[in-house]
Design a protein around this ligand. Structure first.
Ligand SMILES: Nc1ncnc2c1ncn2[C@@H]1O[C@H](COP(=O)(O)OP(=O)(O)OP(=O)(O)O)[C@@H](O)[C@H]1O
Ligand SMILES: [Mg+2]
Length: 343
């Protein structure tokens, strides 16, 4: 039995385009990812980098094109629908917009009870007690079990979605931007709830997010995606303290820093243009077209491999990181600007 809850190897997901246009969208293009027992791993990257596609392949809402997905050591990549029913009790997903995933014709109580009924985990009075316990756990007043999703606020709906997902006591929760659709004022409350539940129940979590501050707050380890690939992966402290990949450095420099003093002295790196199309990704290092320190033709010709650059499990894929783990400093390049001078 493997110690890891999740092991993803060389996952690829290509979406075919209509025949007339030919080609395919390489949404995910060779992702390796491991999540240990009780570990919270963040997946970040710009819009369109393939984060949700990774999440959906893991919970098998999408069929992977290539690669393997193992849950507790068991290969579930090609599990049949029937086999997947068993897997669903071990692995659950929460989405950005719980409204679209909560059945509008069911009460909150029934929505939370349904997975437990489906998997025959409880019935009758025991089921009632479990539903009441779950609602309490996610901070929903007991009378809300008789309400319908449209009668709840966004934050309450997301709490109900969490109660439903956690009702089967999964060992892995894939949370795809679970608070981005919520008002800023309730985001923190729901995130705190997620963190408390994780500590309390001990499930492992893949947390997909845009907001770096949230990821820093929640995650033990972070993987940074660019155009369908992971370009850097390391424990959260090292990622924020000493990012190695020029893309990660750029992402972090663009994030808002809570400390105004630091913000004033900080260089902001301006990434040029949008993320390229995954239909026809750039050659070599796919980031070279926007990289402030790219060296041609090295970076445009040869694809870098994701390797441990420090000997302390700090993975990064960049030709310009030296053998002793020194990263190129993107703030020294031409395309930076002083954040303060702009505001
Ligand atoms: N069903 C689909 N058919 C064709 N292309 C798709 C499909 N789903 C996603 N894509 C494409 O795959 C790429 C990755 O999309 P994905 O939704 O995984 O990105 P993301 O990182 O989650 O972005 P966001 O931060 O906006 O949620 C994008 O270019 C997207 O347009
Ligand atoms: Mg997404």
């Amino acid at each position: 039995m493997s110690e890891n809850v999740l092991e993803v190897r060389q996952l690829k997901k290509y979406f075919s385009l209509p025949r007339s246009s030919g080609g395919s969208v390489r949404a995910v293009d060779g992702v390796d990812l491991t999540i240990g027992q009780g570990e919270v791993v963040g997946l970040v990257g710009e819009s369109g980098s393939g984060k949700s596609t990774v999440g959906k392949c893991i919970v098998r809402l999408l069929e992977p094109t290539e690669g393997t997905i193992r849950l507790h050591g068991r290969d579930i990549t090609t599990a049949s629908r029937r086999q997947l029913r068993g897997v669903r009790t071990e692995m659950q997903m929460v989405f950005q917009d719980p409204y679209s995933t909560l059945n509008p014709r069911m009460t909150i109580g029934d929505i939370v009870a349904e997975p437990m009924q489906l998997h025959r985990l409880a019935r009758g009075r025991e089921l009632d007690t479990k539903v009441a316990g779950l609602l309490d756990k996610v901070g929903l007043a007991s009378h809300l079990r008789h309400r319908y999703p449209h009668e709840l606020s966004g934050g309450q709906r997301q709490r109900a979605g969490l109660a439903r997902s956690l009702s089967v006591e999964p060992s892995l929760l894939v949370a795809d931007e679970p608070v981005s659709a919520l008002d800023v004022s309730v985001q923190a409350a729901v995130l705190n709830l997620l963190m408390d539940l994780q500590r309390d129940m001990g499930f492992s979590c893949l947390f997909i997010g845009h907001d770096l501050a949230t990821v820093e707050f929640l995650c033990d380890r972070v993987a940074v995606m660019y155009l369908g690939r992971i370009v850097e992966e390391v424990n959260t402290t090292d990622l924020f303290r000493a990012p190695k990949h020029p893309y990660t450095q750029s992402l972090l420099s663009a994030a808002v820093v809570p400390d105004p003093k630091l913000q004033r002295t900080r260089q902001r790196i301006v990434l040029q243009g949008d993320i390229p199309s995954p239909i026809n990704p750039p050659t070599g290092c796919t980031f070279h077209t926007r990289c402030p320190v790219a060296q041609l033709p090295l970076c445009s010709d040869t694809s870098p491999t994701l390797t441990d650059v420090t000997g302390r499990s700090h993975l990064a894929s960049c030709h310009l990181i030296t053998a002793d783990g020194t990263a190129p400093d993107v703030t020294l390049s031409q395309t930076t600007e002083n954040a303060w001078s702009k505001t």
